[in-house]
Write a protein that binds this ligand. Structure first.
Ligand code: DI6
Ligand code: FE
Length: 412
């Protein structure tokens, strides 16, 4: 069907204040942004805008790139409020993990759930993110730990992107914990990951990137390296849960593989920072886990900043260490707990998050040619997004050029 204005735009969002985040941060007052074929086709002053088939009045709202949550375990079954209580009564996260709870308790619940059940339990959490302007979401596996159950998690993650207006990026996290079937045989499990799990899941088109938990209660530096070699053999990018509870040299390892990101980083040292800076590996900051575990060692923010390492901010939404479904809250925590500036926090949830997913050419900033993913906010200044706690000022979301209400209705 011919469009009404063959030479014009499909749609124009006018009367908006743009925080473009192009090159880090940029503002354009009294701006407008035009969309054609789901892509940004024009950006400029409203007064100079070309004709469009549909014009949306932004009523003076701020318009930012759609937010990107670049690190989540949001597809999982069950919850662990019992462990939250146990920790409040004195147990530590590592005690609970060693006693067979922790990640393994979510593995049991996730293995037992059907595809439909897993989707149904995960959708309300995802809807909570979408209500705050999230347009791209990374979802990790890692609570299945068998080929069948990891495939189920990744299938459900892909399905999320079909039933809700969100762009989903999947990450295979088979090396999250040692499953009981391989108790005492971690090296055998790593071999199983490399020789069977990853090849089959990658062949099924379920894997966009590969991650591991490099930690005393996870996998060693050498074991993680083997997983990364396998990822490289399949042409898949890598990222890593690194230096969360102790310094395992994970950041240097993932940098050596030119990894997309090293995540958590509370115990990151100078060598890791230098390696990340040289490799262009993004630091993904996860203040929700730090807060929820009452950690007291902050990641070396000032040193990362000084070294020019891009910093992303994400929820780490998971039932054990960060049952958080608000990216705005993660931004606030990154500022209050770790002294990021609000501009850094916004870059962390947009352009740097895009880079942590290897998608910076396509999303994360308002630039001609990128996907038309925006969020519209009833705020006076962009810093308000990191400042308010518990207020959701999102007034509209545009996903691939299509305007929707922040609140999405769930299927079924
Ligand atoms: N680090 C984390 O914070 C999450 N996974 C990881 O490797 C925690 C996962 C959980 O406790 O369920
Ligand atoms: Fe995580």
């Amino acid at each position: 069907m011919a469009r009404p204005f063959e030479t014009g735009l499909d749609s124009l969002f006018t009367n908006v204040q743009l925080a473009t985040m192009a090159g880090g941060y940029g503002e354009l007052r009294d701006g407008a942004i035009g969309v054609s074929d789901g892509r940004i086709a024009w950006i400029g002053l409203g007064a100079a805008a070309p004709p469009a088939a549909v014009v949306h009045d932004g009523r003076g709202c701020w318009l930012t790139p759609g937010l990107i949550d670049c690190h989540t375990h949001i597809v999982h079954a069950g919850n662990r409020s019992d462990e939250f209580e146990a920790r409040l009564n004195g147990a530590t996260y590592e005690d609970i993990a060693r006693a067979g709870g922790g990640i393994m308790s979510t593995v049991r619940a996730t293995r037992a759930a059907s595809d439909e059940d897993l989707l149904r339990q995960s959708l309300p959490r995802i809807a909570s993110l979408l209500a705050e302007g999230v347009t791209t979401l990374e979802i990790k596996s890692g609570y299945g730990l068998t080929i069948k159950a990891e495939a189920k998690m990744l299938r459900v993650a892909r399905r999320v992107g079909q039933v809700l207006p969100v762009n989903v990026v999947t990450t295979f996290l088979g090396a999250h914990a040692l499953p009981p079937e391989f108790a005492g045989r971690a090296d055998d499990y790593v071999a199983h990951i490399c020789e069977h799990m990853l090849p089959q899941l990658a062949a099924a088109g379920l894997v966009d990137a590969v991650d591991a938990f490099c930690e005393r209660i996870g996998f060693s530096n050498a074991q993680t390296g083997r997983v990364f070699e396998a990822a490289r053999a399949h042409g898949l990018p890598v990222k890593l849960h690194a230096e969360q509870l102790s310094d395992q040299g994970g950041a240097e390892l993932v940098a050596r593989f030119k990894g997309l990101s090293a995540d958590h980083l509370e115990h990151l040292g100078e060598d890791g920072i230098a390696a990340m800076a040289a490799a262009g590996t993004v630091a993904v900051l996860l203040p929700g886990a730090y807060y929820f575990l009452r950690d007291t060692t902050p990641p070396p923010i000032a040193a990362l900043r000084a070294a020019g390492v891009p910093m992303a901010v994400a929820t780490d939404c998971n039932p054990g260490t960060s049952p958080m479904t608000s990216l705005l809250l993660a931004m606030n925590m990154a500022c209050t707990l770790w002294r990021l500036t609000p501009q850094e926090a916004l870059a962390g949830a947009t352009i740097h998050a895009a880079r942590a997913l290897g998608r910076a050419a396509d999303i994360g900033s308002l630039e001609v040619g990128k996907r038309a993913d925006f969020a519209l906010w009833d705020i006076a200044r962009p810093a308000d997004l990191s400042y308010a706690i518990g207020l959701n000022p999102c007034r509209g979301v545009v996903s691939a050029g299509v305007l929707r209400d922040p609140v999405v209705s769930l299927p079924g």
